[in-house]
Design a protein around this ligand. Structure first.
Ligand code: FBP
Length: 413
């Protein structure tokens, strides 16, 4: 008998022995063993079933009639809080977001992490496009195209606004960032899709185009350059520990969680209200030295407690706009990507980042400004125009605006 067998049996034996000793008194349990807790839940359900459904199937109040996103939109239409067509648009967007959620969650398995076209594909903002930037853009464009309601689409990943092809054209404008925060994707950090819907002021039919905009096509461009105050609907879908859609049709901001068991967005956060004041600030402080002295002082005061609340604030910054705004909406406080010496207009794009997020925050009782003006009042000059963004709890944004006004003279603004 070879010496190695002797060694290996001594190695294996202890484990078998240990397992046997541990389990010698335990009866072997069948896979379908029912734990006492589960038994009591089933008992409760059965008694509820008998009591309330006259035997017509299982009855669990909250699960029995969940408000899905589609049902929510239909109810808004029925109470004429939203135009009829919006249900087709929101259904297309929710389908696209479910698809993008699945692509993002499986990116590591399906070789969808990393750069598109080996990093040779640069979008008009000068950013290397990720594979999922390009794919999410296509998914959303197609979904909107087949809604049959879309006239013009403006996307972070499209150099200029594009129309869907003629046979599908409609009278709405969609602006979107198909995969915001995609620089965090390969690290599996939260990302999201941001969107806004406008009514198209002029009807026009054009091809996907490069950079030579024909005069007749200027109308098309014009129909996308609308201020956020004219949004009919706005929202984001966050791809994180859970997939959440936060939406406003102009009557409050509402949160829906994707239930993977049924593949439906279910209303979980009706009428979200941002706290009047928070205790969290969310800025990329690496840019601190590029900021104006007023903002530097404001942040120092938040940290030191020398602010109207007298409390010391904590810093939270994910570096994904959707995730940072979502947390601010729930917990309150202030999020900002201000202008600075390096980027006087900051980094975020007015049309499909700042405006939809500001619309949601205002509908939830918060405020959003570029430091001088309400974001929703700003009329964009170009599709990819950047604007400084400060948004959050009313009292937090008011305090910052107060400091700016007080020091306006000092800054010769
Ligand atoms: O890394 P920085 O400079 O703090 O910028 C972070 C910001 O840039 C973004 O990633 C830009 O978004 P995109 O990924 O859509 O270009 C935002 O999500 C985020 O708020």
């Amino acid at each position: 008998m070879s010496p190695c067998w002797v060694t290996s049996s001594w190695v294996v034996a202890p484990h078998i022995t240990r397992y046997y000793l541990l389990n010698r008194n335990r009866e072997t349990k069948p896979y379908s063993h029912v734990s006492p807790i589960r038994t009591s839940i089933l008992a409760t359900i059965t008694s509820q079933q008998d009591a309330s459904s006259n035997g017509a199937g299982l009855f669990l109040p909250s699960q029995d009639s969940p408000t899905t996103l589609t049902r929510f939109v239909l109810e808004n239409i029925r109470s004429s809080k939203a135009p009829e067509d919006i249900v087709d648009l929101i259904s297309s967007i929710q389908f696209a977001c479910k698809k993008i959620a699945s692509l993002v969650s499986r990116a590591g398995i399906t070789n969808l992490t990393g750069l598109f076209n080996e990093g040779k594909s640069i979008n008009i903002q000068g950013e290397e496009q990720k594979k999922l930037d390009v794919l999410s853009n296509q998914v959303l464009k197609n979904a909107l195209k087949y809604s049959g309601k879309m006239g013009v689409i403006a996307s972070e990943e499209e150099d200029v606004p594009v129309t869907v092809d003629e046979s599908f054209s409609g009278t709405y404008v969609a602006v979107f960032d198909p995969l915001d925060g995609s620089s965090n994707l390969d690290a599996a950090v939260a990302t999201g899709t941001i969107f806004g819907i406008f009514k198209q002021e002029v009807s026009c039919l054009i091809e996907d185009m490069a950079d030579n905009i024909e005069p007749s096509q200027l109308h098309c461009l014009a129909s996308t350059l609308q201020p956020g105050s004219r949004l009919l609907a706005a929202g984001y879908c966050m791809y994180s520990s859970s997939t959440m859609m936060v939406l406003s049709l102009g009557h409050g901001t509402h949160g829906f969680t994707l239930d993977p068991e049924v593949g439906e967005f279910v209303l979980t956060h009706p009428y979200m209200k941002i706290p009047k004041r928070g205790q969290i600030y969310s800025f990329n402080e690496a840019n601190y030295h590029q900021w104006d002295p007023v903002l530097q002082e404001y942040i120092e005061n938040l940290k030191s407690g020398k602010n109207r609340s007298g409390k010391c604030y904590s810093l939270r910054y994910i570096g994904s706009l959707v995730a940072d705004v979502h947390r601010t909406l729930l917990y309150g406080g202030v999020f900002g990507y201000p202008g600075d010496k390096k980027n006087p207009n900051g980094k975020l794009r007015l049309l499909y980042e700042c405006a939809p997020m500001s619309y949601l925050i205002e509908q939830a009782g918060g405020k959003a400004t570029n430091g001088k003006q309400r974001i929703l009042d700003i009329v964009p000059n170009t599709t990819h125009e950047r604007q400084p963004l400060i948004l959050g709890s009313e009292e937090d944004v008011d305090e910052l605006m107060h400091v700016y006004t007080k020091y306006a003279a000092k800054l010769q603004v």
